[in-house]
Design a protein around this ligand. Sequence first.
Ligand SMILES: [Zn+2]
Length: 122
Amino acid sequence: MENNIEISREELERALEEANKKAQAMLDKMTPEERAQAQTKANRAIAENQAAMQKLINEANAVMNSYPPQREMMERNTAQEHGTIPNPGAYACDAAHKPRFCQNCGAQAGSGKYCEYCGSAL
Ligand SMILES: [Zn+2]
């Protein structure tokens, strides 16, 4: 039973060698048109592989999107790489340290009780 399942390395190499010989013989017999067709077929197979890869990537993205914290982290990292977040440290702070804004003029407020810009109570 085992012998039917297990293929020795030698047998495998011989089979590969034979397959290569057959492929080479086919290529030798091929006309340029047939070779072009074979090339097209090969390219299509590659494109299909790429499509399968893209599908995997899309699925991975979908999984990532179902975990908002990870997605947020990724987007933040991307934004940092592109320099779109001038002060990345602000994001690391907890809610208590979020920047406040003046209700009256909309200016970013400091730690004081009054707006530095319009003097409104914060
Ligand atoms: Zn103000």
